[in-house]
Design a protein. Structure first.
Length: 592
């Protein structure tokens, strides 16, 4: 039997196998501050004892909400799980209404939160949550108990450690570990119930795909740990004996990377798109001939294929491009990154080629919260890497394609079900498989390719099927387009609502001596801007069948963000919310 069967076994495994002086590292007062494996476990045990002292029982629910990833999150996570209680991580950016819904639906007893903004949010709803008994903050906040009070309480109650051990012994692999409320694009959030076994099996079965270097490994963590993708990776890093550095904020990634020189990090496609746009903008400003050399190097990278199948002449050109241009890209991220893993949304194949050719390998993977999350992921060794696919399924996970093209999954990583929702659970867990709602195909070599979201694939009035995700992913390669939503359900042709990249539009207008206004409103309503963006779309339209091509566009003056509810916390457009928000633009597209 495997020695690791429950989530809280990971830090103890790290202690036994690696015993790091730097296990979890974050910036405190502008200085990187490390917590050793021993200290991590010591503090987690103190939290467990304090929670028992407070009367926390097995199966109580404790919410943990943080605006950034931080050491305290991991300590509290283990502290909660050791008592047999469950950690309910919550996205910090959701609405007050969703906070109240989740707290009540999960029956949250205690809450840990990071900062004053989150305290204000929770204070607004706490009177409507009868189960809530206490709130503790990670940062020092007036009129709020600090989490260190629990550490102190735990230290004062060393005699409760046998109770902690007893609680740990009573936790089985199949027991519920966490409820993760997914940010649904429609309706109320669904509470995905994951067991210890779900997550532990996913860590151990994903481990062989990890391209870690021998010896000390540094990883940079910035994707929200309340999302199962980053959280599972945290456990995987602990298993591997890697030091986890927490980025200060998403806009500090480049600065933090230069300081710590990470070997590995996880990304979402939107972030890679933004990094590439920023690099390209700098390249466009270079003087001649440096500018020519820059874009030549990018054009070489665009043709990259794995395993040196382009031949010796291509590899020679790539060597030159690497020396002159790509070495600087790597340096900007610390100079030691061996790979990045990308998930949560489709990655443009062009970007996968460019970054990987530049020595910043991007391993695209696929999974859902309901599958803990990894189903498949690319890996460079053993010829298990193919651009445009999400790799081969990991071990112990079976994938099959249903007659209608839906991806079905079976394995120890598949969730227990949705919290208090047997009806929705029965809709997705049937015939022994989890029905993902995504469509895909498996090629002759066993690589999985995602072709669209089943619910999002629509039929035009002419009876033709259109997969908006494929079109959107292609169109977003244009530097003019920040976000795009392809529409056309039941209409005579596909069209699109586009949020321009306003920064780039201004740069383009400056270069061409055009007056497009200075406000987002003016730019979105400028016919020249609309015409230029449609030109970008039309150039890419030819890759699709006539019935799939985007025939009309409208531009939004509003930037789509997490805060205004138009993007999910993993930066995916919320289709129904956007359609509702821009109803007037939709009606304009179809002359309604």
């Amino acid at each position: 039997m495997n020695e690791i069967t429950r989530i809280f076994d990971f830090p103890y495994h790290q202690l036994k196998k690696h015993n790091l002086s730097k296990s979890l590292v974050m910036k405190r007062n502008h200085v990187w501050s490390a917590t050793s494996t021993e200290e991590y476990i010591y503090q987690a045990n103190a939290i467990s004892r304090a929670l028992i002292k407070l009367g926390v029982q097995p199966n109580d629910k404790i919410a943990v909400i943080s605006s950034t990833n931080r050491t305290e999150w991991n300590i509290v996570d283990i502290g909660i799980l050791q008592t047999g209680a469950q950690n309910v991580p919550i996205y910090p950016t959701i609405s007050h209404h969703d906070f109240e819904y989740i707290f009540n639906h999960a029956e949250v007893k205690y809450c840990f939160l990071s900062d004053n903004d989150l305290l204000e949010k929770v204070n607004e709803i706490k009177d409507n949550v009868p189960t809530l008994e206490g709130i503790y903050s990670f940062e020092e906040i007036e009129d709020c108990k600090n989490w260190t009070e629990l550490i102190e309480l735990g230290i004062q109650n060393e005699d409760l450690q046998p109770d902690v051990e007893k609680r740990k012994d009573n936790v089985n692999a199949d027991d519920l570990a966490t409820i993760i409320y997914t940010s649904g694009t429609t309706g109320t959030p669904k509470g995905v119930m994951l067991s210890h076994k779900n997550i532990v099996s996913n860590v151990l079965d994903s481990h062989p795909r990890l391209p870690f270097v021998e010896g000390e490994t540094r990883v940079l963590s910035f994707l929200p740990v309340c999302h199962i993708f980053e959280r599972m990776l945290h456990y995987l890093y602990q298993y591997e004996g890697a030091t986890i550095y927490f980025a200060e904020a998403i806009d500090k990634i480049a600065d933090n990377a230069k300081e710590i020189k990470p070997h590995f990090m996880s990304v979402v496609p939107r972030l890679l798109e933004k990094i590439f746009d920023a690099i390209t903008a700098k390249g466009a400003e270079l003087p001649f001939p440096k500018r020519q050399i820059f874009f030549w190097a990018v054009s070489v990278a665009e043709k990259w294929v794995p395993y040196q199948e382009n031949g010796a002449l291509y590899e020679y050109k790539l060597k030159i491009a690497n020396k002159l241009i790509f070495s600087k890209w790597r340096e900007a991220l610390g100079g030691e990154i061996s790979a990045m893993v990308s998930g949560s949304a489709p990655l443009q194949p062009r970007l996968a080629r460019i970054f990987t050719a530049a020595g910043l390998s991007v391993m695209e993977g696929y999974g859902l919260t309901e599958t803990s999350p990894v189903i498949a992921v690319n890996m460079m060794k053993d010829r298990m890497f193919k651009i445009g696919t999400v790799g081969k399924p990991i071990r112990n996970v079976e994938v099959k394609i249903a007659d209608d093209g839906e991806i079905l999954v079976k394995g120890p990583n598949v969730m227990l079900g949705y919290n208090k929702d047997p009806k929705k659970t029965a809709e997705v867990l049937k015939d022994g498989y989890f029905h993902t709602g995504d469509k895909g195909e498996i090629d002759s070599e066993g690589f999985l390719k995602i072709t669209g979201r089943k619910k999002e694939i629509f039929k035009t009035s002419g009876g033709k099927y259109v997969s908006p995700a494929l079109l959107e992913n292609e169109m977003k390669q244009s530097r003019f387009i920040e976000q795009i939503l392809v529409v056309g359900e039941g209409e005579k042709m596909p069209a699109a609502i586009v949020q321009p990249n306003f920064e780039f539009v201004l740069e383009w207008a400056r270069r061409h001596d055009l007056d497009v206004g200075s406000s987002f409103e003016e730019m979105a309503n400028n016919p020249k801007v609309k015409e230029r963006i449609f030109q970008e779309i039309d150039e890419r339209n030819h890759q699709f069948g006539k019935w799939e091509q985007i025939k009309k566009i409208e531009l939004t003056p509003t930037v789509w963000t997490i805060d205004n509810g138009l993007l999910t916390p993993t930066l995916k457009p919320k289709r129904n919310v956007i359609l509702d928000h821009f109803k007037n633009l939709y009606n304009k597209l179809y002359d309604k």
